[in-house]
Design a binder for this molecule. Structure first.
Ligand SMILES: [Fe+2]
Length: 181
């Protein structure tokens, strides 16, 4: 559970773990609001464009925006809502975590969308496929990066992981919110 939550709140992992899918070039972190077991993170992720030929071969790629604007609404420990906005529409991707055993957590995704463009409706299922690929990539990386990597460098956008560690250690007690930045 802790490993999974660290991954979900590691705002740097998108341009590593999901680089091939979204071609995210960097994560521009804007704000973190700490309200105890509730928090909000705001950031933007510019993406490297695909060529027209690549898009024609794989029309799903038309859905990827040049900048992914993200707002994460986090309810510790069981819910993360990714609010994303593109030119085609708005999505709310709800990640639900259900611990089943000490080393086993099940995850569900509920997706809600408001179309701004007819393409959004046509490609509804494609958004679900993106979500599936994202979860598969995260599940694959979990065993590889978080458990044994000693921390050498502290990055500005690790505040979400600090929030997870603090709440995990003190749960169910709510400790003083202090990580807003
Ligand atoms: Fe991820």
């Amino acid at each position: 559970m802790l490993t999974m939550l660290l991954n979900m709140h590691d705002y740097n992992h998108q341009n590593g773990t999901h680089r091939e899918l979204f071609r995210i070039t960097e994560v521009q972190f804007h704000q973190f609001i700490d309200q105890g077991h509730l928090s909000h993170a705001f950031y933007e992720m510019p993406t490297a464009p695909y060529s027209l030929i690549e898009k024609i071969k794989k029309p799903d790629l038309f859905l990827l925006p040049t900048t992914l604007k993200a707002h994460l609404e986090n309810h510790f420990p069981s819910l993360v809502i990714f609010h994303g906005e593109t030119d085609l529409g708005k999505v709310a991707q709800c990640h639900i975590f259900v611990p089943e055993a000490e080393n086993l957590t099940r995850t569900y995704i509920l997706m809600f969308g408001i179309p701004k463009h007819p393409m959004f409706k046509i490609f509804g299922n494609t958004f679900l496929n993106f979500a599936k690929v994202v979860v598969d990539q995260d599940a694959d990386i979990l065993g590889k990066i978080y458990p044994n990597s000693p921390q050498k460098v502290k990055l500005n956008n690790e505040v979400g992981m600090d929030w997870v560690k603090r709440n995990f250690a003190s749960f169910p007690k709510v400790v003083e919110p202090s990580l807003s930045k």
